[in-house]
Design a protein around this ligand. Structure first.
Ligand code: MSP
Length: 479
């Protein structure tokens, strides 16, 4: 049986989630649902990144105790995902005791293998990125991502021998053994690798909110090292650097059943660290690399990246409250072509909701359900299986927006067909022909319901109920 392991980044808990985080998470949920529906052994991991200065500073600012602060904010992520009908298999928090132990075991293993040495760090650091910066990462002395001045750091620190993985990573990425999509992102990583990898500082003397370094407890482990390992600990890995023994363990019981990730989703901001530090850590631990990193663009507002640091966000809860969980999922998933940035506004979301959901899908279903009820005709096609080869293919290629465009093409066709046939008159003037057309439309709607299931699971269920019972329900009220 095929297995499918998909991850999202684990998000910082300095605030609650905005729709950028929801985009990655919903996309992972769509793919996980599609693989589950095909009967594959699927694991979908998400979670929260809770250590480091950025989170510590946000907690201090709020006046709360850090643990209470991260508990509260981690819960806001879980709540948002529940409202968006996201069904993950595990939600990993980096303050979890098991994760902490495993991270220490992994760092100890790296030390024992000779990949870690003591040195002196001197350079710039952007707190919002939680990343070290080089001169060419800056514009006018400020971080490109956050428009913020990095701080100068000079301290004793432990280093990871990242530089020795430069060649091997270049090989694995250029040969697509580790596939990075879309291609422009792959090129970006290859160009970066060609400019050379430097060893990186992986411990901090002055950061208290973190996991202590097992071989020098006065230092904490760099938050990114802690965070990357979630992809392993989230499956139950305990820090041992070996694939577990056969026979294969049952789902949820053995991480080796799922390793490596089939797809890791994220946006451009964190691709470089994933493609270099994360992959090098795995190579050092002698673990297989992820098969694919699939990178999407940014939601922007007035062409600026939407972000908590920039303060220009749209909250998923607001979308859910207005448009429902599935409505919000649809709007989030259909706004951007994968890989592209795009501006979003509340007004545009409302327009799209009215056009595609209220007038498009909702109208089709209510018209056909009403006419069928009057004509006392039921859907014959009650075991609709996903037959549309084009959609299957697009799913395999992870082309979310194209799948939705395809489905909405069918919806538009069906609504036009009703108009052309003047179906509401036809059922009276020529009942036989009217029933035939209604039968076709019911079949098509049931297929559309199946196709939509990974994107709009609750709506897909409702469509099934409407088709089975003939009861009419308003799916998407107009605004
Ligand atoms: N904690 C790190 C990730 C560690 S993973 C081992 C982190 N967290 S984050 O909260 O900043 O999340 C970054 C991710 O959130 C992006 O890669 C993307 O998945 C999502 N997005 C954040 N802002 C976004 C937009 N404006 N638009 C689209 N996605 C966005 O980095």
């Amino acid at each position: 049986m095929n297995k499918f392991y998909i991850t999202t980044p684990i998000y910082y808990v300095n605030d609650r989630p905005h729709i950028g985080h929801a985009y990655t998470t919903c996309a992972a949920d769509v793919l996980a649902r599609w693989h589950k529906a095909k009967g594959e052994k699927t694991f979908f991991l998400t979670g929260t990144d809770e250590h480091g200065i950025k989170v510590q500073q946000a907690a201090d600012k709020s006046g709360k105790n850090v643990q209470d602060f991260v508990d509260e904010n981690a819960q806001t992520f879980k709540d948002a995902w529940q409202k968006l009908n996201v069904q993950y298999d595990n939600f990993l928090r980096t303050t979890d005791e098991k994760h902490i132990k495993a991270v220490q075991a992994a760092v100890q293993a790296l030390y024992d293998k000779g990949f870690i040495y003591k040195g002196q760090y001197e350079g710039l650091y952007c707190v919002s990125c939680e990343q070290y910066k080089f001169e060419d990462d800056l514009i006018d002395g400020k971080c490109r991502e956050h428009n913020e001045k990095p701080v100068l750091m000079k301290e004793e620190s432990y280093f990871f021998k990242l530089s020795q993985f430069e060649k091997i990573l270049e090989e694995k990425i250029s040969s697509d053994e580790l596939k990075i999509e879309p291609p422009e992102r792959k090129n970006e990583v290859l160009t970066f690798l060609k400019s050379g990898l430097k060893d990186i500082s992986i411990s901090r003397k002055n950061v208290k909110w973190g996991i202590s370094l097992p071989f020098e407890s006065s230092q904490t482990i760099y938050v990114w090292i802690d965070a990357f390992l979630n992809y392993l600990t989230g499956l139950g890995w305990d820090g041992e650097n070996k694939i577990p023994p056969t026979p294969p363990l049952k789902r949820g019981e053995g991480w080796g059943d799922f390793w490596p990730p089939d797809v890791q989703l994220m946006s451009k901001d964190i691709l470089r660290v994933h493609a270099t530090i994360w992959t090098a850590l795995l190579l050092a631990l002698e673990l297989p690399l992820p098969k694919e990193i699939y990178v999407h663009g940014y939601f922007t507002i007035g062409s600026q990246k939407m972000s908590k640091s920039m303060g220009n966000v749209i909250w998923p809860e607001d979308l859910v409250q207005k448009f429902g969980g599935d409505g919000a999922r649809y709007l989030i998933m259909s706004s951007l072509a994968w890989g592209q940035d795009g501006d979003v506004t509340r007004e545009r979301f409302t327009e799209k909701y009215n056009a595609d959901l209220a007038n498009g899908l909702g109208n089709l279903i209510s018209r056909v359900a009403k006419l069928s009820q009057n004509a006392k005709i039921k859907n014959q096609n009650d075991s609709a299986k996903l037959k549309n080869d084009k959609i299957q293919k697009l799913f395999g290629e992870l082309k979310f927006k194209e799948i939705l465009d395809e489905i909405w093409g069918q919806i538009a066709w069906a609504n036009k067909y009703i108009e052309e046939k003047k179906l509401w008159e036809l059922v009276k003037s020529d009942p036989e022909e009217g029933k035939k057309v209604l039968g076709e439309l019911l079949g098509l709607i049931s297929e559309i319901g199946e196709e939509l299931a990974p994107f709009m699971p609750a709506t897909s269920e409702k469509i099934k109920e409407i088709l089975a019972s003939g009861k009419i329900e308003l799916l998407f009220p107009r605004f």
